[in-house]
Write a protein that binds this ligand. Structure first.
Ligand code: FE2
Length: 380
């Protein structure tokens, strides 16, 4: 049983159903009308601007008609039907988290305990089966990380992975980059240096939000890849040291890369990025491209460095990491605004050849959402 009541002299309605009650403002309802004069029937794009809606818009009549509610607006004297389910799905009259660093319920943070829940799939299967692709992309969107196995062992195969959901982001490093090392067979003590976990290219604005690393050879001892959920690390810092978390989110760091002729990339962004309402939306962490930090006031700089150090220690904590060794034809993908990646040191004879490229999360989320709609699936 759904009931509707006009409140605040027509400034809003109160809609009640199944024990829930939400209020909706007249101006919000009018702006979100779905009639053919407000929204294009084909692509759903809004045909009017806010300036076309009178500022003194009020509701004069509201009545329930099965699964719809009909609303009459003055002074336009226009009647519009709204789907009650749609209204409940888009209700804004509810208490939302205002904690600094809250995390969307569309994502799930993880640590080393995730191992058996890593979004994994077979390349040929996700290529051929749209439901399997949807499930894998949903897992990547939720966890910021995923693996594919069983792909072709050929140069450029990583582009086929990007083609599954979006488009390669070309940069000054090219359409892709090579991560290739021949371990010196005459010196078995040679050790390829490990790299601290990092996000890639924080000196870009915007940063590439997806990285794909695809393995073509990996016969050296060691050389495992490792990923860390930067959001889980940021949450841990917030729990341990709320003031340190606040410093890393309130002040911008600076990042720079000018390592080749004609390139001077710079960005000024926080290591922990929050939306204006406090949602945790990004992590940037990269010791190699960190530039001098000049945006933190003198009295906060030491505290800032303490928090920066502690965030690094949390990132380095084995309890936060997932480690795996890629075989030829396998790849992994990360949300580069959230999940850090690293390479362990390697030694002994053999070779290691990975190819990497960038893409973007908006394309991945778009493909996933479209597949969910197309297949009538529940979102992952
Ligand atoms: Fe990297």
């Amino acid at each position: 049983m759904t009931t509707v009541e006009i409140i605040e002299n027509g400034n809003a309605i109160a809609l009640a159903s199944g024990g829930q009650m939400y209020r909706f403002h007249a101006i919000w309802l009018r702006d979100n009308a779905w009639d053919a004069e407000t929204r294009a029937p084909g692509n759903g794009q809004r045909l009017i601007a806010l300036r076309d809606i009178p500022a003194d818009t009020r509701i004069s009549v509201a009545r329930v008609n099965e699964d719809k509610i009909r609303i009459r607006f003055t002074p336009e004297e226009r009647e519009i039907d709204y789907d009650i389910r749609w209204l409940f799905d888009h209700a804004y009259d509810q208490v939302k988290s205002t904690n600094s660093g809250w995390i969307s319920d569309e994502i799930e943070i993880w640590d080393s305990g995730i191992s058996d829940r890593i979004p994994m799939a077979d390349f040929e299967e996700v290529k051929a089966d749209r439901a399997a692709l949807s499930q894998w992309l949903g897992g990547v969107a939720r966890h910021g990380f995923g693996k594919l196995t069983g792909g072709p062992v050929e140069e450029g195969a990583l582009f086929q992975v990007a083609d599954l959901f979006g488009y390669v982001r070309e940069t000054n490093y090219g359409r892709h980059f090579e991560v290739r090392t021949e371990v010196n067979p005459t010196n078995l003590a040679y050790t390829g240096l490990g790299l601290q976990a990092h996000t890639d290219n924080p000196y870009r604005d915007p940063v590439p939000s997806v990285q794909i690393l695809y393995c073509l050879e990996n016969s050296a001892a060691g050389g495992e890849n490792m990923v860390v959920d930067g959001f889980a690390c940021a949450q841990r810092l917030r729990e341990e040291d709320p003031e340190g978390f606040a410093l890393l989110s309130r002040y911008c760091a600076r990042f720079e890369y000018a390592g080749e002729d004609g390139v001077c990339l710079r960005a000024r962004r926080p290591m922990i990025e929050l939306a204006p309402d406090g949602e945790l939306i990004g992590v940037r962490f990269n010791n190699r491209s960190a530039a001098a930090i000049t945006d933190v006031p003198y009295e906060h700089m030491e505290g800032y460095y303490d928090a920066y150090r502690r965030l690094g220690e949390i990132i380095d904590d084995p309890a936060m990491e997932v480690t795996f060794k890629l075989s030829p034809g396998e790849c992994f993908i990360v949300n580069n605004t959230r999940v850090l990646h690293a390479r362990k040191g390697y030694s002994g004879e053999g070779s290691r050849w990975l190819q990497g490229c960038y893409a973007d999360m908006d394309g991945l989320r778009s493909t996933h959402a479209a597949l969910v709609q197309e297949l009538g699936l529940a979102a992952e």
